[in-house]
Design a protein around this ligand. Structure first.
Ligand code: HPA
Length: 247
């Protein structure tokens, strides 16, 4: 039993420094998680890793079984989740390869299985989601970032889009007007489901590209891969620093 899980996104399908002990295949009332839960130790601490898009990165954002992933993690005793997500940068500070610990979300996704509270309910439940991320976990991530000498942005609004296509320039202009700083496809319903399960959940966003219309020309997968490589190396230093700081 361990308390901390890391959900890896695009660019992070495995954790290099995780000494793997076993892989656990889970079946949940909501279907199959993205892959086996990878149990191991990192920096001497127990950690569970789950690649959101599957071990071979084959599950697109709109087909991730977010409910099964979070239910499986909670079911094995996870209480804290650090979610890693590749995003596009909308506002000036969110440059390619930058790292941010967002503090707000706007949800533009649709038709995803987004709640555990449906079906045969004994009462209707509305969870508080004023602050969608755990402030405690965010604070630890920011402290770890400072200790590792990393330039981490404190805060920012994550706009969650449906994908899998990228956005139009006009959609990004609208999202900026709405107050979004970064755009990604996996932030929701993951954060809301974590809250429904009372998991402590925070995200670390790695900027892969300028969002549509914010850079020069079209968005190329080569640029995304190059920026993510730099950003994910910095993310690994952050994880090495943060894991020993989490109880
Ligand atoms: N938009 C949405 N999701 C993303 C992007 C983007 O520009 N880059 C990485 N994930």
């Amino acid at each position: 039993m361990t308390g901390l899980a890391i959900i890896g996104g695009t660019g992070l399908t495995s954790l290099k420094n995780l000494e793997i002990e076993r892989r656990e295949v889970m079946h949940t009332p909501y279907g199959e998680p993205s892959g086996p839960l990878v149990h191991g130790t990192m920096c001497g601490r127990p950690v569970v890793f789950l690649p959101r898009h599957g071990t071979a990165h084959t599950i697109p954002p709109h087909e991730v079984n977010y409910r099964a992933n979070l239910w499986a993690l909670q079911n094995i005793g996870i209480t804290k989740v650090i979610a890693v997500a590749a995003v596009g940068g909308i506002t000036a500070a969110m440059k390619p390869s930058a790292l941010a610990i967002p503090d707000q979300i706007i949800d533009y996704t649709w038709s995803r299985q987004h709640t555990f509270f449906q079906g045969d309910l004994t009462k209707v439940t509305h969870v508080d989601f004023t602050n969608p991320y755990s402030e405690e976990l965010r604070a630890i991530l920011l402290q770890a970032g400072r200790a590792a000498g990393l330039d981490l942005h404190d805060g920012g609004t994550y706009g969650a889009t449906q994908g899998p296509r990228l956005e139009t320039a006009a959609e990004i202009t609208r999202m900026e007007r709405d107050g979004c700083d970064i755009v990604g496809m996996t932030g929701m319903p993951e954060a809301a489901l974590a809250r429904e399960l009372e998991l402590s959940y925070a995200a670390c966003a790695v900027v892969a590209n300028w969002a549509a219309g914010r850079g020069v020309g079209e968005i190329s997968m080569d640029d995304i891969d190059r920026n993510l490589k730099v950003g994910m190396d910095r993310l690994r230093s952050l994880l090495e620093q943060v894991i020993p700081m989490i109880d």
